[in-house]
Design a protein around this ligand. Structure first.
Ligand SMILES: [Mn+2]
Length: 295
């Protein structure tokens, strides 16, 4: 079996960032720019993966740039539909979609497009400081960056009891906690990850998702501590380190069928710190996913 091809799909849209700071629309172009530097290290279909101290097969073609979804800046629903259709199209073409938003409203069309294109059940592994479980509100409607996980959990073949939220923290709505308990959604707060470590967390994610036909990995960049990723849509103290997130992402990648990375915000960044990290996450995901058939 050939190595999986990762399809980079940009969704340069932040019109649903109704709370916090807009600017994530600039992320896909910045992440692409930094990825070109990382691809520089590919020689003759191989790359030296220093973290693992081994040379691994990796061809430039394994990270395919599928371009941007046809966002409509004044029309949220048209944008979500375009992102969903493009994600479904790339998945149907046999590629692993890597959707780079955009604000975290894009979590929903990324999961939905993947869900449209595959048979069987889907488990969502959702890394985020926030729950994104709001049903609707007068200020944010039903499809903002606070509702993406709620909408994704409503998809018919998303297996709610095999989904997990990782790195969540601070405070949120009691109504969201009641919803979590009602559907049996698993939570691994940032404090739990810190206390129990990434090895334990990785094993626990494996237990929760076991039995699902597909895993979709969605990362809101604010799952990281603001010290590691200042360029996001809002700052929540007490987040994961970049090393913790990289370790978990690399471990999960070989099992993941679709990936989304949202809320990277070049306008609030400290230099290019967060956009370089975002490109690194995409590249590490691609290299680790390529190792799927070699283990
Ligand atoms: Mn968030």
């Amino acid at each position: 079996m050939a190595h999986p091809i990762i399809a980079f799909i940009g969704v340069p849209y932040d019109g649903a960032a109704t709370l916090g700071w807009p600017g994530a629309r600039y992320a896909p172009a910045e992440v692409r720019r930094h990825l070109t530097w990382m691809l520089n290290r590919v020689q003759g279909g191989q790359i030296y993966w220093v973290d693992e101290d081994r040379i691994v097969p990796f061809d430039r073609g394994q990270l395919h740039d599928a371009g941007d979804a046809a966002v409509v800046p004044h029309d949220l629903m048209a944008t979500l539909a375009a992102a969903r259709a493009k994600t479904a199209e790339e998945t149907r073409n046999g590629r692993v979609p890597a959707v780079v938003g955009g604000d975290d409203s894009i979590l929903f069309p990324a999961v939905a497009g993947f869900h449209d294109a595959v048979a069987g059940t889907v488990a969502i592994v959702h890394f985020d400081a926030h729950l994104d479980l709001m049903d609707e509100s007068p200020a944010q409607g039903r499809y903002s960056h606070s509702s993406g996980m709620r909408r994704a959990l409503e998809l018919p073949r998303v297996d709610q009891r095999r989904c997990v939220q990782v790195g969540t923290r601070s405070f949120n709505f009691p109504s969201s906690k009641r919803f979590i308990d009602e559907i049996g959604l698993a939570e691994l707060p940032a404090r739990t990850v810190r206390r129990c470590g990434t090895e334990w967390t990785f094993a626990r994610i494996g237990e929760i998702t076991r039995g699902a036909d597909h895993i979709f990995l969605s990362v809101d960049m604010d799952v990281l501590d603001p010290a590691h990723a200042p360029g996001v849509g809002w700052h929540e103290p007490g987040g994961l380190t970049s090393g913790e997130l990289l370790d978990l992402l690399v471990g999960l990648a070989p099992r993941v069928g679709g990936f989304a990375l949202n809320e990277v915000n070049p306008l609030t960044d400290a230099g290019p710190k967060t956009t370089i990290l975002a490109a690194n996450l995409v590249f590490q995901f691609a290299v680790a996913a390529a190792g799927r058939n070699q283990r």
